[in-house]
Design a binder for this molecule. Structure first.
Ligand code: VG1
Ligand code: CO
Length: 543
């Protein structure tokens, strides 16, 4: 087999976003596009010669083709070994676990996560480092620089590697180990939670539905919930992964997982329900008659994690992304835990986890995780909920009601305006920034502005600074508006407006969030002129 050096030139727009490089699948399929980016990863990380990598993806359209290219490029650049999931499948948390468990130098995850899949939808490539976590900004910056100066890439000419069978093979002198994508992850979960208690819960008639949304978690959920925990087979819905996720968005929120939400709200709905996203790192939690916002879920898990053996001795600290509600902070304050506030994106939790400053982390976008891997972990969150329900003996509604009674409630919602004209979105951001000096002290929609600024983060572990991480307007009493532009979209700009109101009156704990937030929503419109600047009457997605 022969290594070919192909002459190429930089391709515009290969800057990794919140979570890797995401583009239209057809863009990734254009000549040199994938190859340029993969070679730029190798160049940005100092080469892969003699190194071991992990490779897997969420199974979306182009997943296996891309895997074959990446394997041939790893071999051409002298990698010693690639550990790859069978059929090029690995959920994001399973890939993180595999990198850590095998002491790999890093790994490539092929996924556009919650974005839809298919030839006319989205594809993505993400690089993770030796700790199992998404490459930090210092590394993605080097990769991006490499995309701007690339002149050639190396690839071996070879027939496709058989990825359908577990076992070992070689490619141009590089070892390839095809592994069961589920086994190691299931074993890890079993080491963290009280499986006997959860098994007893199911044996006692507790009912659950898990919606895998035709995405990667189907096989993982079936193995863990059905085979190991004894839940009935019908517990896992949409369990067979498909390249276009059954034509839907594999995004576990009340819009895209509406059938599941309708089910739990119905008379004979299950006691508990959950869904995960394309690559298995997100979770949505529901109980009979109730939707739990991800921010509340994070807070409840932090308050009750002691039910699980892994967290029985307490938490080292907790962390949340800046737009995530302050519900977690209330638990941390009551328990005397350090609580960190990071920019959006899991890569910012890595140092806190590595340094032993935080055990539990979460984002408002349905991401929750802990120090067992360095990615958010959808099924882990579901299992922790199950362990808490088994340990407390409470229903989801009762647990939530008790939590709000003890800590107060942070009413919370996110309004997304998708596919907005990029200039209009930038103009909106500038318009808000332009009011920072004059807003404090003014009263808008009955709310007194206390602060207005743009979030920047100083990493307490490595001292790095990340600027431009979201516009914040704080009101007296703790209410808040955050506005930022998405870094995962592939068309135009997506404006995310995060809305929060703190309620401590025990009599006001079960209001409709949109009604409770009405003044905050109106203030966001007044300050940001969202309708006029986007030409939209209403958000595309409300979570
Ligand atoms: C979104 C979420 C963010 C999350 C990221 C990756 O980013 O807001 O919290 O970490 O997606 O999640 P953005 O920049 O579009 O707001 V995943 O599960 O799509 O990899
Ligand atoms: Co995801």
């Amino acid at each position: 087999m022969q290594v070919t050096t192909v002459t190429t030139a930089p391709i515009e727009g290969q800057k990794p976003g919140t979570s890797g490089l995401r583009k239209k699948t057809r863009t990734f399929m254009e000549p040199h596009f994938l190859e340029n980016f993969v070679q730029s990863i190798w160049n940005g990380i100092g080469g892969v010669e003699g190194r071991t990598l992990v490779l897997g993806g969420d199974g979306r359209y182009f997943n296996e083709r891309a895997a074959q290219v990446i394997l041939r490029m790893a071999a051409a650049s002298g990698a010693a070994k690639v550990i790859v999931g069978q059929n090029a499948i690995l959920s994001t948390p399973a890939a993180s676990n595999m990198i850590r468990k095998r002491g790999a130098f890093g790994g490539i995850i092929m996924s556009a996560s919650h974005n839809p899949g298919g030839i006319d939808e989205d594809f993505g490539v993400k690089y993770n480092t030796a700790n199992g976590g998404p490459a930090p900004e210092g590394v993605t910056g080097k990769i991006f620089e490499a995309t701007k100066t690339i002149t050639e890439y190396r690839i071996v000419e070879a027939a496709d590697v058989d990825l359908s069978t577990v076992g070992e093979t070689t490619l141009a002198g590089m070892e390839i180990e095809v592994v069961d994508p589920v086994a190691d992850y299931a074993e890890l979960m079993e080491s963290l939670f009280d499986f006997d208690a959860i098994r007893a819960l199911f044996a006692g008639g507790f009912t659950m539905r898990f919606d895998a949304m035709h995405a990667v978690t189907g096989p993982y959920a079936t193995e863990i919930l059905v085979n190991r925990l004894g839940a009935p087979a019908e517990t896992v819905m949409n369990a067979v992964p498909s390249p276009d996720f059954g034509g839907g968005h594999p995004d576990p929120n009340p819009i895209w997982a509406k059938p599941l939400v309708d089910l739990v709200m119905s008379q004979d709905g299950p006691d508990f329900a959950a869904a995960s996203d394309g690559d298995g790192d997100r979770n949505m939690i529901l109980g009979k008659g109730i939707y739990i916002t991800p921010s509340d879920s994070l807070a409840v898990l932090a308050a009750n994690a002691h039910h699980a053996p892994a967290y029985a001795d307490g938490l080292k600290g907790v962390a949340r992304s800046m737009p995530t509600s302050g519900a977690l902070d209330r638990v941390a304050a009551a328990r005397g835990l350090d609580c960190y506030e990071t920019p959006t994106g899991w890569k910012f939790f890595g140092n806190l986890l590595d340094d032993g400053r935080a055990t539990l982390c979460g984002e408002e976008s349905a991401g929750t995780g802990a120090d067992h891997v360095r990615e958010k972990d959808g099924l882990w969150a579901v299992l922790l909920w199950l362990n808490v329900l088994a340990g407390s003996g409470k229903s989801v509604q009762a647990l939530m009601a008790a939590h709000w009674a003890e800590y107060g409630r942070n009413y919370y919602s996110r309004h997304d305006y998708e596919g907005v004209d990029a200039e209009a979105a930038a103009g909106l951001m500038d318009h808000v920034r332009g009011q920072f000096a004059t807003l404090p002290g003014t009263v808008i929609e009955g709310l007194t502005v206390e602060s207005a600024d743009e979030f920047a983060y100083d990493d307490p572990v490595d001292g790095s600074r990340s600027e431009g991480q979201g516009l914040r307007i704080g009101f007296a009493g703790g209410s808040r508006i955050v506005i930022r532009l998405s870094g995962t979209g592939t068309v135009g700009a997506t404006i995310r407006v995060y809305l929060e109101l703190v309620e401590t009156d025990p009599a006001a704990m079960d209001r409709d969030p949109q009604e409770a937030l009405a003044a905050v929503i109106a203030a966001a419109e007044t300050i940001a002129q969202i309708r006029a600047r986007t030409g939209r009457d209403a958000p595309d997605v409300i979570t």
